[in-house]
Write a protein that binds this ligand. Structure first.
Ligand SMILES: Nc1ncnc2c1ncn2[C@@H]1O[C@H](COP(=O)(O)OP(=O)(O)O)[C@@H](O)[C@H]1O
Ligand SMILES: [Mg+2]
Length: 509
């Protein structure tokens, strides 16, 4: 008898249906898994054999063929343990027929316990879309799966329990719909702790409001890391679609918190500069999303930017532009989304004091030029706001006046983001930074005075088309913070300031 069990596999961040069939026929005892299984899937038969015995069933002494369909897609991971086991028990008559409307996913331990797996969220979404009524998942993944409405999620702890349920001898309670709850903040990082630095804070507020990339340049101790670490506290609220998209990536990476299965705060990823290209952008022998994708809809912070290897920085160029990264494999390619806000911090020169108001820089012009050239022109071009962080002055540092708190700043950021969501509601654009160039002139309509100022800047700064668009987009965000429908001259003037540092540092030599 051949019996089929439905399951799910993962490709990129999407799930696809996999049907598992097993055929038991007379012959020399053997067990073959066919249908492009990876080594990790082939190992399933050993786990399944032990689990079947541990749970009081018998592993058929016959010729068993297990087929994973569709046969042309590579199957990776331990997700298929549970459906393979059920299929063998059903084919050998040890379990009654299993309803066609159900999906089973889960890894099995040798003793028959059902172990959590990665990617349950996209699997549940896909199962629902394909019209399945029930999904059986490892108990520890149930909260994650149950965040999707419209499909019954059954948590299972071990094979014995599931077998009794299928035989109708035991009830398994459906997991109730997960209520979105916010994880309490672990850190108490707040902009009120940063004294002075009003210009930098203003620039970061603009960045957060329009999702613009930022490059912070300043001498050691000027507070670059301190400021960047506080940026998550002023980011706009995530929309439900953003929550699901980001959680999908964290789900396939296996870094979901059971208690707070949905990612409700924009991610903040700050990898160390020793990270490999694959770690940063994704890939590896078993492909996994990189830091840039884990930061999807949030922040990727690269502190000490020039310490990162040039090759890993260069791999960021295209994904930054496209909001997704494609990893080519021998068997097809994978795409992970990575719509992020990049924050980078660096010293202006090797000794760190070039441009410092009081300390003398000991670097030669040649050394500085070589140092700055580590960041390529195209990557520099992708940094929307260039912000110089001066050392904090004594008056600000010793002042008793409490600076504005993050929650105050965040209110303005949220308001500006709402204006953008409303403006772009009929398109796939969510924020000013991601405005495609063909929409820039329409979305950023400017007053005559503003247009004049932009023309002067275009000529005198010898702007590229990309530079021109960037200034308009930043000015649009400043206008949104201002609650202004049109981009005015003052908005353009402020936006231009954030595009002039590359001239000071990079074109000087
Ligand atoms: N504006 C500021 N207000 C309060 N403390 C500051 C400020 N700037 C710097 N500091 C102090 O100096 C320390 C060093 O700052 P840091 O962010 O590490 O500098 P950088 O990354 O630019 O080298 C911070 O941890 C903080 O204690
Ligand atoms: Mg630092």
């Amino acid at each position: 008898m051949i019996s089929t069990i439905h399951s799910m596999g993962i490709n990129g961040i999407e799930a696809f249906q996999v049907n598992i069939e097993s055929d038991i026929s007379q012959g020399m005892p053997a067990c073959d898994v066919v249908g492009l299984p990876d080594t990790s899937v082939k190992e399933a038969k050993n786990r399944v054999r032990s689990a079947i015995k541990s749970c009081g069933f018998t592993f058929p002494l016959a010729r068993i063929t297990i087929n994973l369909a569709p046969a042309d897609v590579r199957k990776i991971g331990s997700t298929y343990d549970l459906p393979i086991l059920l299929s063998i028990l059903m084919s050998s008559g040890q379990l009654p027929a299993i309803p066609e409307n159900s999906v089973f996913v889960g890894e099995i331990s040798l003793s028959g316990n059902i172990v959590p797996i990665n990617g349950v969220l996209p699997m549940t979404i896909q199962a629902k879309q394909l019209g399945f009524v029930n999904i059986f998942v490892p108990a520890k993944n149930a909260a994650e799966a149950a965040s999707i409405e419209g499909i019954n999620v059954y948590p299972v702890n071990n094979v014995r329990e599931l077998a009794d349920y299928i035989k109708g001898e035991l009830e398994i309670k459906r997991k109730e719909l997960t209520i979105i709850k916010k994880k309490p903040k672990e850190t108490l990082l707040d902009f009120s702790q940063v004294k002075g630095q009003y210009d930098v804070k203003r620039a970061l507020e603009i960045a957060a409001a329009g999702n613009h990339n930022v490059l912070l340049i300043g001498s050691p101790g000027s507070g670059k890391s301190m400021l960047a670490k506080r940026l998550p506290s002023i980011l706009p609220e995530m929309t439900f679609d953003e929550i699901i998209e980001t959680t999908k990536i964290h789900s396939i990476s296996g870094i979901i918190d059971n208690e707070y299965p949905l990612i409700t705060e924009r991610p903040y990823r700050a990898p160390h500069h020793t990270i490999s290209s694959a770690g940063l952008s994704g890939g590896g022998s078993v492909p996994t999303p990189g830091e840039i994708s884990l930061a999807h809809n949030g922040i990727l912070f690269l502190d000490e930017l020039l310490e990162f290897s040039r090759s890993s920085l260069e791999t960021l160029r295209q994904p930054l532009e496209e909001g997704k990264i494609t990893i080519s494999r021998v068997k097809g390619s994978l795409t992970y989304p990575c719509s992020i806000m990049l924050i980078a911090a660096m010293n202006p020169c090797p000794c760190g004091y070039y441009g410092h108001p009081t300390k003398a820089c000991t670097c030669s012009a040649g050394t500085i030029s070589r140092y700055l050239r580590k960041i390529s022109g195209p990557l520099l071009d992708r940094m929307d706001l260039h912000i110089e962080v001066p050392p904090v002055d004594f008056e600000s540092l010793s002042s008793k006046i409490e600076p504005e708190s993050s929650s105050e700043i965040r209110k303005r950021v949220n308001k500006a983001r709402e204006i953008q969501i409303e403006r772009y509601k009929n398109s796939s654009v969510k924020c000013n930074a991601h405005l495609p160039s063909h929409l820039v002139s329409e979305a950023c309509s400017a007053t005559d005075e503003a247009k004049k100022m932009l023309k002067i800047a275009f000529d005198s700064m010898k702007l590229s088309a990309r530079g021109y668009d960037k200034i308009l987009k930043i000015a649009r965000t400043i206008a949104d913070l201002d609650g202004s429908k049109e981009v005015a001259a003052a908005h353009i003037a402020e936006a231009i300031q954030y595009r002039s540092l590359d001239r000071k540092y990079w074109n000087r030599f």
